[in-house]
Design a protein around this ligand. Structure first.
Ligand code: MSP
Length: 514
């Protein structure tokens, strides 16, 4: 039976429309999901929206509507964004679903059973924007003398009756976890940050609110709703089938942004330890996407709708750019010019042109009939180079979430093909040595198929179109197919004829696009 692989994104606050930062996380996680499907794993990929809490309640009030109406409206945009960007989620979860209430309440009861949940009174600082409690010592001074959260957001003094979670009792267990399993939080920079936060001492955490009611009710505690992060984190369990049938738990990977590491790498494992549940295998925090190096914000007016970018440049170009340009785990910058430059240089000129040249020569010169691959030293050297990129280097890098590095290896394979084309000059061989021309084109066809399969998690639609054109069966586009030595001879023997190709990667016009 296929090995299960459960991967999640963070669930976004639907208090506004999605922006490119949300799209980045969804796309990167989609590449992970698609990559693991290629390896034959039984992937379950979950994303969704985090609909409770004060931020949602206040935004809705400001717009003169109920929080449920705001959530319904905005959550639909997140789902639409995912669908438009080819994000192949298996489940889009909304925390307002009854099934999620049941899971969050079951988690609560399991935590309570540990004896580490007690009733008290919260007096301290709260940031609605971050939906987070902060210690006095963490606050910073704002320009006007206001106290701000470490993220620079306003905080308010809050006093109310509240349930607490005895987080302070988990310090040692958490530190043991990071020490014994260095992969639990990655990249290392984030792991170090988390470890020093925990070493600095943990206060108990307020986990319920009484001053508003937009949340999951605390079991047997009228007037209390769960702190939105308890409810939000529980979404991963809901998706796993908890509490009835948690067959998918634990998650293999939670992909999140660097601003919410504390919740996932400190609170979440502590909640799960209290509840006696297994921990996720890894939390990976990606960096922030900046607009031309600047933070995106509504007040600067530089918030970009990802669907506008996809419309202007194409979904696959946007996906390719984001994974190629930004080393995963670091912050990155995007701009229309950078997307155009990357797409034109790599997808249109290098890869697209290679495919177009090879396929049109086969269609035109050989009437679409596939020639045998070459057996000469040059041919073998190219095949070895491309096979090693596609079957080893790219998969290894993708498995390590080093996407930009994996794509670089892929590009090296593409370059090797282009050098080979230039050196062999099949257009000249047509007159001087037609048999050699055939061998060269056969070798290149072979390489094209491998390169297309290897990059398909990143550019799924273009890859599928190209593989259709190449006559590759939909069931033979995975890593097992890459390892299958006989595929090319079988395809040739099947009588498949290549049709004259249509270009897959149009060159983008820099002026129009900017
Ligand atoms: N609702 C919480 C997450 C709960 S998970 C149990 C939340 N929502 S969010 O809408 O603010 O952010 C959703 C995800 O988008 C987070 O992982 C966050 O880091 C990511 N990003 C938000 N802005 C971003 C960028 N500018 N760049 C990259 N990712 C960004 O936090």
């Amino acid at each position: 039976m296929a090995k299960p692989y459960f991967v999640t994104t963070a669930i976004s606050y639907p208090n506004g429309r999605p922006h490119i930062g949300h799209a980045y996380e969804a796309i990167a996680t989609d590449v992970i999901a698609r990559f693991h499907r290629l390896t034959g794993q039984d992937v379950y990929f979950m994303t969704g929206t985090d609909e409770h809490g004060l931020k949602m309640a206040q935004t809705a009030r400001g717009q003169g509507k109920g929080p449920r109406a705001l959530a319904d409206e905005m959550s639909a945009y997140f789902k639409e964004m995912d669908e438009s960007l080819d994000v192949s989620f298996d489940r889009f979860i909304r925390t307002t679903e009854p099934e999620h209430y049941a899971a969050a309440q079951a988690l609560w009861k399991a935590m309570e059973a540990s004896g580490d949940v007690y009733l008290g009174r919260y007096e301290g600082w709260y940031s609605v924007r971050d939906e987070a409690f902060y210690d006095e010592k963490e606050l910073i001074d704002g320009e006007g003398g206001d106290r701000l959260s470490p993220q620079g957001t306003p905080v308010e003094w809050t006093v109310e009756e509240s349930w607490f979670f005895r987080l302070s009792a988990y310090e040692k267990r958490l530190l043991d976890l990071y020490e014994s399993n260095p992969n639990f939080v990655q990249p290392d920079s984030r792991r170090n940050e988390v470890m020093s936060f925990v070493r600095g001492g943990l206060s108990d955490l307020s986990i319920s609110r009484t001053s508003f009611d937009w949340g999951v009710p605390v079991p047997d505690s009228p007037g209390h709703v769960m702190y939105v992060w308890v409810d939000a984190l529980a979404n991963y369990l809901t998706g796993a089938g908890y509490p009835e049938n948690p067959v998918r738990w634990p998650a293999d990977l939670h992909v999140i942004g660097k601003d919410i590491v504390r919740f996932h790498a400190v609170y979440w494992p502590a909640f799960l330890m209290a509840a006696g549940l297994e921990l996720p295998r890894q939390v990976f925090a990606h960096g922030f996407l900046l607009n031309r190096g600047e933070k995106m914000s509504k007040s600067i007016g530089n918030v970009v709708d990802p669907l506008d970018l996809a419309k202007a440049f194409g979904v696959d170009a946007l996906r390719y750019f984001l994974l190629r340009e930004v080393p995963f785990g670091q912050d990155g910058s995007y701009s229309a010019e950078a997307i155009v430059t990357r797409t034109n240089a790599e997808l249109a000129n290098s890869f697209g042109n290679l495919a177009q040249r090879v396929l049109s020569m086969i269609a035109k010169n050989l009437d679409g009939e596939l020639p045998a691959a070459g057996e000469a030293g040059d041919d073998r050297a190219l095949l070895d180079r491309v096979t090693s990129a596609c079957a080893k280097e790219v998969p290894q890098a993708f498995a390590d979430l080093a996407f930009s590095q994996g794509i670089e290896s892929w590009m090296q394979g593409v370059f090797a093909c282009n050098q080979y084309v230039d050196a062999q000059a099949p257009w000249a061989l047509r007159k001087t040595d037609p048999e050699r021309m055939k061998a060269v084109l056969g070798t290149l066809f072979h390489c094209l198929r491998d390169l297309t399969i290897a990059i398909s998690p990143v550019i799924p639609t273009s890859a599928a179109r190209l593989l259709d054109a190449l006559g590759i069966d939909a069931a033979a586009r995975d890593h097992a197919a890459l390892a299958d030595a006989g595929w090319y001879e079988r395809l040739r023997a099947s009588g498949f004829r290549l049709a004259p190709p249509t270009p897959i990667f149009p060159r983008l016009d820099p002026v129009e696009a900017a």
